[in-house]
Ligand binder design. Structure first.
Ligand SMILES: O=C(O)CCC(=O)C(=O)O
Length: 294
């Protein structure tokens, strides 16, 4: 048995073959205080957060408005096949630069482009960071990152997880999230430790293939639909698969603090020096003076 499968088998034995129970639905809280949020982080359970956009200067988001501002800009996007983000266990997730307006035009014509627009906020659309305020819960974290997501209906990202914590804002359209607790991992057929995507699984909760992945029958995802104006907190290492139900615009903040910060910083340093994921594309565009520009 290969490393990851053997590791997961040991974990299942420790749990006597049964996954620990996870909540059926998520709590919804109105702008919890810093102390309350610290307590939520301790519990490491996702929660819906209301009222975090109350102090944003712009709360009216539209695709047309974004095109007006960023239409000519080159923006990063991940190629998709039939709406599903391309991921490869040998090469990981690749980014390409596309023209913002071309992408939006295609979506508005009712087509599904062969891309999922996914652009780190600070580097590619820094103007948005003036309007989409970093939540106070993570403002002082020693490692932070953010991303703008724009997609056609029926675009999806496969089941994966991140070490960083996440607050995810849904700005336009709806998205469906499928969530599993970290403790469900040994039942989800994660990719091998040495693959380019060890944080992705082979199992797909939307089209479950129980002949290939029989153990996944034992774990049920939490399903939640984010409406425009909703935000969700995802603790470190929670599995998530996300599908756009409509034309969708989202913006999220990842952060790492405490023991997680050096882990995330080291992983990002390795990716940056090897030019992996977004970093290779950023280096190329920076050299030609086109990063964040036209
Ligand atoms: O919205 C999506 O499609 C993916 C979001 C995601 O993976 C994340 O915020 O970590």
């Amino acid at each position: 048995m290969a490393g990851r499968a053997a590791f997961d088998a040991i974990l299942r034995t420790i749990h006597r073959g049964l996954p620990p129970p996870q909540p059926q639905s998520l709590e919804r809280l109105l702008r919890p205080s810093l102390e309350r949020f610290a307590a939520l982080r301790q519990k490491a359970t996702p929660v819906l957060l209301d009222g975090l956009m109350a102090d944003w200067p712009n709360r009216k988001w539209s695709l047309a408005g974004l095109r007006e501002r960023f239409g000519d800009r080159l923006i990063s996007a991940i190629p998709t096949t039939n709406g599903r983000l391309n991921s490869d266990i040998r090469t990981g997730v690749q980014f390409e630069a596309i023209r913002f307006a071309d992408y939006v035009d295609q979506i508005e014509r009712g087509e599904r482009p062969d891309y999922y627009l996914a652009a780190p906020g600070d580097v590619w659309v820094p103007e948005l960071k003036q309007e989409i305020r970093t939540p106070e819960y993570c403002r002082d974290a020693p490692w932070q990152n953010s991303r703008l997501w724009v997609s056609a209906p029926d675009t999806s990202a496969p089941l994966h997880r991140d070490v960083a914590e996440n607050i995810f804002f849904q700005l336009v359209g709806r998205k469906r999230f499928f969530l599993y607790a970290p403790a469900a991992s040994p039942w989800l057929y994660s990719n091998g430790f040495r693959s380019a995507l060890p944080n992705y699984t082979q199992f797909d909760p939307e089209t479950p293939d129980y002949d290939r992945f029989p153990l996944s029958r034992h774990v049920e995802p939490i399903e939640v639909i984010l409406e425009p104006g909703d935000a969700i907190y995802l603790p470190s290492r929670w599995w998530h698969q996300v599908r756009s139900l409509d034309i969708s615009v989202s913006f999220n903040f990842w952060w790492a603090q405490g023991l997680l910060a050096p882990i995330v910083k080291a992983a990002e340093f390795v990716k940056r020096t090897r030019g992996l994921e977004i970093y290779g594309l950023e280096a190329k565009l920076r050299a030609s003076g086109k990063l964040g520009g036209r």
